[in-house]
Design a binder for this molecule. Structure first.
Ligand SMILES: *Cc1c(COP(=O)(O)O)cnc(C)c1O
Length: 377
């Protein structure tokens, strides 16, 4: 609140110094070279598809178990979305299914992949990069669930989600349900300077003021609109909030890991409850985990029963997600129920339990008690 107040009293409400400062701190946090702050995570996705040249000819692969925005960004540019099924153990996009899809078509048929670090569980981006390179594809990592998450690559080097080492670009959201909240807000990270410059232009109408980028210069006022962009800027005061939130990110993440550990212990031996596996690549040699635990998901047979039972006891569990390919809009484009059995079976059974840093030990114990009570019935 102090940080926001200070910005409100400054000369800038938007496009001020806090935007660049937030970008710099965020890039450092995830270990990427460049960051572009934008108005929300969906805008971040849209700018990425624009910058990568998605058009009516493009076909892009994503997971059905994600928020709809991961797929919609391709549709904004007129491209076609194809889904590949999930791995039922992790609920992440199944690399083998992606490979099958790619190998079923000639090279050039697909343009890109949008993997999602679902629930905070990091995708093995090195493995996906190899596949993408073999088929000439770009990668947009939807890391909305995973700021602070990481995996270990084949050289046993720690790779932070969104660090731009393997994906061309990565995106984050600062919606209140996410780890770092600014109300509305988003970030793109990349190590590709050309993409970075293009994203910076596209965020502000396709306008540049950089003399190096303009063949002409009429004076101090001169700028050029070089391509069709948008107004996807984020206000300075929200960036001030973001900077201050970022300072608490590690503490929040540690708390989330602590909560996950307690849930893991409580449920691992319980018949009738299936917990999701952490991606093997996200397991450190010393047993530490690169999972960012945006969500804690369990799978149960009578999901609706458990959901209603928990609600009766003032526990507000959630469902993440209704498979995107079964949404009426995507059905109208030819996708439909039955296309991705693992994703649909997962949806029938999944429930996200309360997971946020301010959840108290007593509250978590109550949640566990009620879940076990229902399962034991
Ligand atoms: C939240 C979220 C988005 C969209 O972010 P907004 O800031 O709400 O636009 C995209 N993808 C995933 C996986 C998300 O969780």
């Amino acid at each position: 609140m102090e940080a926001v107040k200070e910005t409100l009293q400054s000369d800038y409400l938007t496009q001020g110094p806090k935007v660049a400062a937030f970008e710099k701190s965020f890039a450092e946090y995830v270990g990427a070279q460049f960051a572009v702050a934008v108005s929300n995570g969906t805008a971040a996705l849209h700018l990425c598809t624009l910058a990568l040249g998605v058009n009516e000819e493009s076909r892009v692969i994503t997971t059905p178990i994600t928020f709809v925005a991961s797929a919609n960004c391709v549709r904004y540019c007129g491209g076609t979305i194809e889904f590949a099924d999930i791995n039922p153990d992790t609920a992440l996009l199944d690399t083998d299914k992606v490979r099958q899809l790619l190998e079923s078509q000639p090279r050039g048929y697909y343009s890109g992949i949008i993997p999602v670090d679902f629930a905070g569980n990091p995708v093995n981006m090195e493995e996906l990069r190899a596949l993408a390179d073999a088929h000439g594809l770009w990668i947009i990592e939807d890391a909305c669930h995973a700021p602070g998450g990481y995996f270990y690559d084949s050289k046993d080097e720690k790779q932070m989600c969104g660090n731009g080492k393997y994906a061309d670009v990565a995106i984050f959201s600062f919606h209140p349900v996410k780890h770092i909240a600014t109300g509305e807000g988003g970030m793109i990270t990349t190590n590709n300077e050309l993409l970075y410059k293009k994203l910076m232009r596209l965020r502000t109408h396709g306008i540049t003021r950089d003399p190096d980028e303009m063949p002409e210069n009429h004076g101090g006022w001169y700028m050029e609109m070089q391509e069709l962009g948008f107004n996807y800027r984020i206000p300075d005061m929200l960036c001030a909030l973001g900077i201050s939130q970022l300072q608490r990110a590690d503490t929040g993440l540690a708390r989330r890991k602590g909560i996950a550990k307690i849930y893991d212990e409580a449920f691992k031996e319980v018949e009738g409850i299936r917990i999701l596996d952490i991606n093997q690549a996200a397991l450190g040699a010393a047993g530490e985990k690169g999972h960012a635990y945006h969500l804690y998901v369990i799978r149960v047979q009578d999901r609706k029963g458990l959901y209603d039972f928990l609600r009766q006891h003032q526990i507000f569990a959630q469902v993440h997600y209704i498979p995107v390919h079964t949404m009426p809009y995507y059905r109208s484009l030819g996708h439909g129920k039955g296309d991705f059995p693992e994703a649909e079976q997962y949806y029938a059974e999944c429930l996200s339990l309360p997971m946020y840093p301010s959840l108290t030990q007593e509250e978590q114990a109550f949640v566990i008690q009620k879940v076990k009570e229902f399962i034991g019935k």
